[in-house]
Design a protein around this ligand. Structure first.
Ligand code: FES
Length: 318
């Protein structure tokens, strides 16, 4: 292990469903891996410039393997295509220690896990953890059709298969009867959702309309279409003593790089929080999904990979 990275080996590579690469990664020296909690992800270092996050979708109690499910997405910025092309059985690859921005809330009366497409991955780890705890939960898996979906054999054979519900159809997310699935918001149910942005918005908005409080709705964005449009503005990097113009369509990270200020990034989509920076003056135009609504209202932090400015100038603590 070097710093916060672990060298792992691809022990098993399978293609499941339509374009889902399922990888079992084990310690390069055959030992136990650092533990992870359900909902956690790892950064996988596909090359020095290409680092991507993927949810761990195995059983958290199983200490010798990290399982990932990676959808081949031709629209992606290279991460999923590189993983599909490059990672073969026996290959070594570096991954980060597991991190969890999507943890289960302990002690709740009932949990409803909803995964759309490849968004099923964190839900599988959550289902293993809830099952081990003897908790009351359901796992709902929404997919276009059976042939397209990965992990169906595993979910049919697992100890909690009676709690797994699949929903197939070409007619959009709305075919889920959310009112029936979620039940009474007063019953202490917590909802967890992961999937494409439109699917998640529909589940979240529907849960709120049914009376679920924000605190009872938990979400994991795995793919975000960040919008980089908007007028140019100026950024002053106060500690570095440099000021730079951020052009329309350019990120703050790219503008700062042009004057020699290198910002560490990972997802480059406002998801992971790696590029978080303190704001000294000015008002950010938040485009990320990492900060909470309350944190965004405070306007004292910004994600530099995707957010912009509402004021003509931002002064940053870098
Ligand atoms: S690099 Fe992930 S939020 Fe900016």
């Amino acid at each position: 292990m070097a710093e916060d990275k672990i060298k792992v080996v691809v022990k098993r590579r399978q293609e499941q469903g339509h374009g889902v690469l399922v990888l079992d990664l084990v310690d390069s020296e055959g030992g136990a891996l650092p533990p992870f909690s359900a909902g956690a992800h790892v950064d996988i270092h596909l090359s020095p410039e290409l680092v991507r996050q993927y949810s761990l979708c195995g059983d958290p109690a199983q200490r010798d393997v990290y399982r990932l499910g990676i959808l081949k997405d031709p629209q992606s910025r290279g991460g999923s295509l590189a993983a599909h092309a490059a990672l073969q059985e026996g290959d070594e690859v570096w991954v980060s220690l597991p991190r969890n921005h999507f943890p289960l809330v302990s002690g709740t009366r009932r949990s409803v896990l909803i995964g759309g497409g490849i968004g099923i991955t964190p839900m599988i780890a959550m289902a293993y953890a809830l099952s081990a705890d003897g908790a009351d939960f359901e796992l709902h898996y929404r997919g276009r059709n059976r042939a397209a979906c990965a992990f169906l054999d595993e979910l049919a054979a697992c100890a909690f298969s009676d709690r797994v519900h699949t929903h197939f159809g070409e007619d959009g997310a709305e075919s889920l009867d959310l009112a029936a699935i979620l039940g009474d918001p007063a019953a202490g149910t917590h909802v967890y959702v992961c999937g494409p942005a439109g699917f998640m918005s529909w589940v979240i908005d529907s849960a709120k309309a049914l009376g679920f409080a924000d605190e009872a709705i938990h979400r994991e964005f795995f793919q975000v279409d960040t919008d980089s449009s908007g007028a140019a503005f100026e950024v002053e990097a106060r500690r570095s003593g440099k000021t730079v113009k951020v052009e329309e369509g350019q990120s703050i990270v790219d503008a700062l790089a042009k004057v020699g200020i290198k910002i560490k990034v990972s997802c480059e989509q406002g998801v992971c929080g790696t590029c978080l920076c303190d704001v000294i003056e000015g008002t950010p135009d938040h485009r990320d999904v990492y900060l909470t609504d309350e944190e965004k209202t405070d306007n004292d932090q910004i994600l530099l990979c995707c957010s912009r400015a509402k004021t003509a100038k931002l002064v940053l603590d870098i």
